[in-house]
Design a protein around this ligand. Structure first.
Ligand code: SF4
Ligand code: SF4
Length: 406
């Protein structure tokens, strides 16, 4: 059996492999890259730190009904229509070659639009192999999951001082969780993930991302969730309020109505703000929710930040809400510096706290000496350019470089 994947006007055919779940193998030379949007011109960047984004899979069988990746095209559309996951064949080797050409690297991020530990990963283990590529060079790497973290992933990131793990937990109510997603990892196992990270002294984050209005937004429920996360060892909470891509609005409303008995009219009255083309809950509702969460986190003695929460400030301009609600320095709760190659290993740049957005907003000269303080949407070619410059200067100055005397 074959499937055809559409990219604009072109179509590519792939053989479907049925076991253990339907998937296709894709040969691709896609490149590591930074965040999709920069702070200029409209204020679209809220992620404080720089990251190298990595998606070894497209399509995610956890299949959360609110997932924004369902609105994406290409392989994501094929997943949505046919339940077929795209697996990027030998992606770890492609990444290895890309990392080999760099002399400067930010923390790797598995994965912005899929779950790195979804069930298909058991067959290919691309996520563990990619983590290994980062850690073996002493480059930090982080993952976010709603699945069970494989033991190997924990064993590997333990070896790299700035690597960390994020566990996404939306509710403490297992029955509710099952109605939010097809993923089979039970709530207890998700909290256990946090414990397993904490037991190894690895920085653990709990993501309540997103909170679903009228479904998981009750104060007591959020208090219980934060308490369990902190008791399990989480050091930081990341939260957001569900927003809805225009193309998914009807479908998401129907599911919330059917599964949680919340009427479409009620949802329609709440999701009135259009930001970046998506429907957001009314600003008053979101501010109240984030104030509540901040209060809960302060009381529980844990830091908190929001993920991609904006308010419209006229025209296409938007303003991130973290300056109002974040209690940590970096939005992910941990300061991960930029790393530069020294000999055959990467080392952290002294004095860098990884908050590039902070450097953008400050008058100070950034210690990295790189344009990362412009907080743009960086590409691999930018990292290559900086790497060449670093190599050149290192050659000229012996052990010194543009990033200082490391
Ligand atoms: S686990 Fe994440 S990527 Fe996967 S469906 Fe849920 S929200 Fe989307
Ligand atoms: S010094 Fe500032 S701009 Fe440079 S990498 Fe560190 S946080 Fe980013």
């Amino acid at each position: 059996m074959k499937t055809a994947v559409q990219f604009g006007r072109t179509t590519k055919e792939f053989e479907i492999i049925e076991s253990p779940i339907p998937h296709i193998l894709v040969d691709s030379k896609k490149e590591l890259h930074g965040w999709w949007e920069g702070i200029k011109p409209y204020g679209n960047r809220e992620c404080t730190a720089e990251r190298l984004l990595i998606n070894p899979y497209n399509g995610c069988t956890h299949n959360c009904f609110f997932c924004y990746a369902h609105a994406l095209g290409g392989y994501f559309k094929t997943f949505r229509k046919e339940g077929i996951v795209a697996v990027f064949r030998d992606f770890d080797r492609i990444i290895s070659k890309q990392l080999d050409k760099l002399s400067v690297a930010s923390c790797g991020y598995l994965s912005p639009v899929t779950d790195p530990f979804q069930p298909i990963n058991k067959k290919y283990e691309l996520s563990e192999k990619i983590i290994k590529e980062f850690v073996s060079r002493n480059i930090p790497v982080q993952f976010t999951t709603k699945g069970r973290i494989p033991d190997d992933a924990i064993r590997l990131i333990k070896r790299q001082e700035h690597s960390f793990g994020q566990v996404s937990i939306l509710t403490t109510d297992e029955e509710k969780r099952k109605k939010l997603m097809d993923g089979k990892t039970p709530t207890d196992e998700l909290f256990r993930n946090i414990e397993r990270l904490a037991d190894e002294d690895i920085f653990a984050v709990c993501r309540i991302d997103p909170v679903i209005p009228y479904v998981t937004a009750g104060r007591e429920e959020l208090e219980e969730l934060v308490k369990r996360a902190v008791d399990s060892g989480a050091k930081h909470i990341i939260a957001s309020c569900m927003d809805i891509p225009t193309s998914l609005k009807g479908e998401i409303y129907a599911k919330i109505e059917e599964r949680f008995d919340i009427s479409k009219n009620k949802l329609n009255r709440l999701f009135t703000e259009r930001i970046r083309g998506d429907f957001n809950a009314d600003m008053g509702y979101r501010r109240k929710l984030f104030r509540t969460l901040r209060e809960i986190c302060d009381r529980a003695g844990v830091t908190m930040a929001l993920c991609m929460e904006f308010e419209s400030v006229g025209g296409k301009n938007i303003k991130g809400l973290n300056r109002e609600f974040m209690s940590s320095n970096n939005c992910e709760g941990i300061d991960v510096p930029i790393y530069v190659k020294k000999g055959d290993r990467f080392e952290p740049v002294e004095g860098c706290d990884g908050n590039c957005l902070g450097c953008y907003r400050s008058e100070k000269i950034s210690v990295c000496g790189l344009p990362l303080n412009e907080a743009k949407a960086w590409k691999l070619r930018d990292y290559r350019k900086w790497s060449k410059e670093i190599k050149q200067e290192t050659k000229e100055k012996g052990q010194k470089s543009i990033t200082g005397d490391w």
